[in-house]
Ligand binder design. Structure first.
Ligand SMILES: Nc1ncnc2c1ncn2[C@@H]1O[C@H](COP(=O)(O)OP(=O)(O)OP(=O)(O)O)[C@@H](O)[C@H]1O
Ligand SMILES: [Mg+2]
Length: 149
């Protein structure tokens, strides 16, 4: 699925919709350049999961956990993760809640095969978001999103 968003609010809205459909164990891998919109999308996703506090970039802390109304959101920024050992040390339980990994392509070898990949690209003033599935869980989530968007 490919979606064009005109501005940050549209990207947030799409994230919110996805958040309302996601369930524990879903893993989302966000790829794209600096400023492409990964954190903006995750802010919406948090809203969709019922996270009340602000969702900000975890660049310097690598991982943040937010309590949603039902499911938890683990928000990871892999930009500064330089080895798979560092990822292992974080000891993130991917089954516990919904996990979003910015720059997830940096730790591709450590990711579960079944994840929803969202590739962000700047196009003029807007963004292009390309969704790719890799197994039954991500396929479930994307088909719900396609039906609802
Ligand atoms: N259509 C759009 N979707 C998302 N963000 C947009 C859009 N148009 C403009 N923006 C702006 O682009 C910036 C995106 O920043 P954001 O922090 O979300 O990027 P990022 O991909 O997380 O970057 P980083 O790799 O540095 O973490 C924001 O300032 C946002 O307001
Ligand atoms: Mg970011």
């Amino acid at each position: 699925m490919i979606v064009h968003t005109r501005d940050a609010d549209q990207t947030r809205d799409l994230g919110r919709l996805l958040g309302s459909l996601a369930r524990a164990g879903d893993v989302l891998v966000l790829e794209g350049d600096l400023g492409a919109g990964k954190t903006t999308f995750t802010q919406g996703l948090g809203a969709g999961l019922g996270v009340v506090e602000p969702v900000t970039s975890p660049t310097f802390v690598v991982a943040r956990e937010h309590r949603g109304s039902g499911v938890e959101l683990a928000h990871i920024d892999a930009y500064r993760i330089s080895s798979l050992a560092e990822w292992d040390d974080l000891d993130i339980d991917l089954e516990r809640g919904v996990t979003v990994i910015e720059w997830g392509d940096r730790i591709a070898a450590a990711l579960p095969e079944d994840h929803l990949r969202i590739r962000f690209r700047e196009e003029g003033p807007g963004r292009v978001l390309e969704f790719t599935t890799a197994g039954p869980r991500s396929a479930r989530l994307l088909s719900l999103l396609e039906a609802a968007a």
